[in-house]
Design a binder for this molecule. Sequence first.
Ligand SMILES: *Cc1c(COP(=O)(O)O)cnc(C)c1O
Length: 468
Amino acid sequence: MLKLNIRKEAMSKIDSNLRNLPSVDKVLSHQEIKELAEEYSREAVLALVRKEIEKARVAIHSGQSSPPLRELLQNIRHSAELLWRAGPQPVINATGVILHTNLGRAPLSQEAMTALNQAAAGYSNLEYDLLGGERGNRMEHVEHLLCQLTGAEGALVVNNNASAILLALKALAENREVVVSRGEAVEIGGGFRIPDVLRQSGAQLVEVGTTNRTYIGDYEQIISEKTAALLKVHTSNFKVMGFTYSPSLEELISLGRSLQIVLLYDLGSGCLLDTTQFGLAPEPTPQESIARGVDLVFFSGDKLLGGPQAGIVIGKEEWINQLKRHPLTRALRIDKLCLAALAATLLHYIKEEAPSKIPVWCMITTPLSSLEQRALAWAEAVGERATIITGESTIGGGSLPGETLPTKLLALSRGEESIDGLAQRLRQGEPPVIGRIEEDRLLLDPRTVLPEEDEPLLNTLRNALKSS
Ligand SMILES: *Cc1c(COP(=O)(O)O)cnc(C)c1O
């Protein structure tokens, strides 16, 4: 009897809470919501209102009381802001990682942005031959530039490097074998694993050697009439140290040549400049691979090349033509915006102005003194919680593993709240600022912050420190 009474009581409480819930019309007639409906549309806002009321109804059935109207309205406005903000949202990269894949890799040069804008705003001769007034080819805008810069006979550009490799394996090795050194059957990041890509292409992976040591003899032994290609992968995001060996590029090239098996080289980064002139370890360049005689070389557009997302294949015309003819090429084609930005980026290399025009190279070549100056100016604006310390920036994005550049960092010590709390405040700032945490300090590296971002960064920083 008592149990039944309690149950009855609970039921009537739920009923009264449900009755207290405002109707959809009542919420819609609220000034705040009317303004929201004006900014977006009545339809879109109506859906949010219904969803929020439904959520409250479910909460009431599980025993909670009906939310105050204020809270309901606030939730609706908050959802609208969250759902209908145009993204990806710009953020300031103060991590010191120049090619940060999660933050969009390479920022574009002014010229590349202008080219991209022009291609976006109107029509273009993307696939139109202005001289003859007939159908043209979208590769023409970049192929001659790539060939001139690298000495290759031919070039093809697709959506990204992963798709370029998939395309080549599919076009040249489907249902046949591809030989890869065990130490190079790697995961690049973001789920790009050489063995998986091979499986997707329908080619069969044949691993040779051991994780740390592979000899040319290992390749020779395994090659048969089923072998379609040798694939060399630049292990771009890790280093194997100590007791290691891998055959030289020359050995692989002459083996491929003598047995007439195509040699594919996935370089990853597409670094066209000599990195040793900037105090970095040597990074293999596409042009030297071509000069030595690699058949096809693969690299990304948005790593050390410093351009938009793209997958670039250069090499012998015979093989490039086979790729161009494959039906998958159409499915993986590069879009006009990236193509325009890529052509403008390549032109910087033709003009030998890459280090001063392409943002990733500007970042790499920034002198320590100017980094220190900026860090000092930040510290001055921020106040006593900031100090300047010496640290290291990294290249990232699967280039030059283990290589660092000396830098000056703004180090923020913790206030009342934790250092994680401060980092979160910065991430949620306007604009968001992303730093890194080391030894209970928040570190901000000026190297990866574009000069015009100094003021916005300080704005976020001041606000975050004020409220922490
Ligand atoms: C980054 C990388 C890839 C993938 O390139 P995406 O352009 O991101 O598709 C493939 N191989 C290597 C060696 C890489 O470093």
